[in-house]
Design a protein around this ligand. Structure first.
Ligand code: NAI
Ligand code: MG
Length: 359
């Protein structure tokens, strides 16, 4: 069966960086069928909605979705539910992508751009697996109320259920199994929570352990538990001790942003959001539409190219092609390919050329 990759370039630098990822896709996976659709501000302008039913149906029918970025000052006065960013939330919800994967990969050539010393980060390769559709961001009730004495009270409800914890744990173990880095200090899966002070965190720890004992132990992947604040500390003290970090929505959000600073520029960071096996995954750079440099050919396309790499690996089963892309990006960096965010003056297209030359 033909595999299809749906391209949703979106706004700002989105189309510019996706264009380079497409050149790479055409080279390493020439039989892949590429389709295109609208999302974000451009969709709002043309169709009056940031995510049309047509785009969502196309996404559901595809093997994987590669998204650029959405948003920009042009749409700042649009109602909240019609904003470009609503398109992003709706497609994540529509595809039920509950597992967010954020690699923190430090290419040797960029080790000096890290917030930490070279020896701490050179060769760093860790993966944060964040639960994306549950927890304190979505728990009910939530709100802000004014008490009779005039005091204002804001509240959110942190909650998780066993199925939510079990399914994200299975994803983390599958990934750790494929990576095989069991010899690191916290190698395999390191699950983080605040079981010492939160009941939902205690349930998280107990249920990760329970599904491991019942179902996952035979995989041979080690399991560690760590408190989230300790993890935040170890991430800057000994980041290479980690392999796969499994976290809930809140802690995963914070720890993945922390880990991203170990690796250099925001223009380098890909992400994947996965649903159940066999359903399409959503792949996108971590960065936004960068209105300050949009249309100038200055954007770094490596986050988009590495997002394609993740799509090849996690949705399309093309591991060799994925490895080849990673190698080509690494070599291009070693040979000096640098956009402005990395301290160089390459154009977006020249960055694409540099990767293509290594494929
Ligand atoms: P941003 O990530 O777009 O830009 C932050 C800074 O990083 C800017 O100086 C930008 O020039 C630079 N930058 C970002 N990507 C780059 C790349 N590939 N190469 C070189 N430099 C790069 O974040 P910002 O400015 O907060 O948001 C701009 C717009 O993007 C907003 O409308 C925001 O809502 C939207 N946004 C969309 C996201 C998405 O589509 N996933 C994520 C974050 C923001
Ligand atoms: Mg964040």
């Amino acid at each position: 069966m033909t595999q299809t990759l749906l391209l949703l370039p979106g706004d700002g630098i989105g189309p510019e960086v996706i264009e380079q990822a497409v050149r790479v896709a055409e080279k390493v996976a020439p039989d892949l069928a590429l389709e295109e659709g609208l999302i974000g501000g451009i969709s709002y302008d043309q169709l009056g909605t940031p995510l049309s039913d047509e785009t969502l149906e196309k996404a559901k029918a595809s093997s994987a979705v590669l998204l650029g970025a959405v948003g920009g000052p042009k749409w700042s006065d649009v109602a909240r539910d019609k904003r470009p960013e609503a398109g992003l939330l709706n497609i994540r919800k529509g595809l039920d992508t509950y597992a967010n994967l954020r690699p923190a990969l430090c290419f040797s050539a960029l080790a000096d751009a890290s917030a930490l010393k070279r020896e701490l980060v050179e060769g760093l390769d860790i993966m944060i697996v964040r639960e994306l559709v549950g927890g304190v961001y979505f728990g009910q009730p939530k709100g802000i109320e004014t008490l009779p004495d005039g005091t204002r009270r804001g509240f959110d409800n942190a909650e998780y259920t066993t199925p939510e914890i079990h399914r994200i744990t299975r994803v983390a173990f599958d990934i750790a199994k494929g990576r095989g880095n069991y010899d690191r200090k916290w190698g395999g899966v390191c699950s983080v929570e605040k079981s010492n002070v939160m009941d939902s965190g205690l349930l998280w720890k107990e249920e990760v352990q329970a599904i491991y004992d019942a179902e996952l132990k035979d995989m041979g992947v080690p399991l560690h538990h760590m408190l989230a604040d300790a993890c935040a500390m170890q991430l800057v003290r000994e980041p290479k001790g980690f392999d796969v970090i499994l976290a809930d929505n809140l802690f995963g959000d914070i720890l993945s942003d922390e880990a991203s600073m170990l690796t250099g520029s925001i223009g380098m960071l890909p992400s994947a959001s996965l649903s159940d096996a066999g359903k399409p995954g959503l792949y996108e750079p971590v960065h936004g539409s960068a209105p300050d440099i949009a249309g100038q050919g200055k954007a770094n396309p490596f986050a988009a190219i590495l997002s394609l790499e993740m799509a090849l690996r996690w949705s399309l089963g093309r591991i060799e092609a994925a490895d080849e892309v990673t190698r080509a990006v690494s070599t291009a960096l070693e040979k000096g390919a640098r956009t402005g965010d990395l301290g160089g003056d390459f154009t977006t297209a020249q960055m694409g050329d540099a990767v293509l030359a290594e494929l």
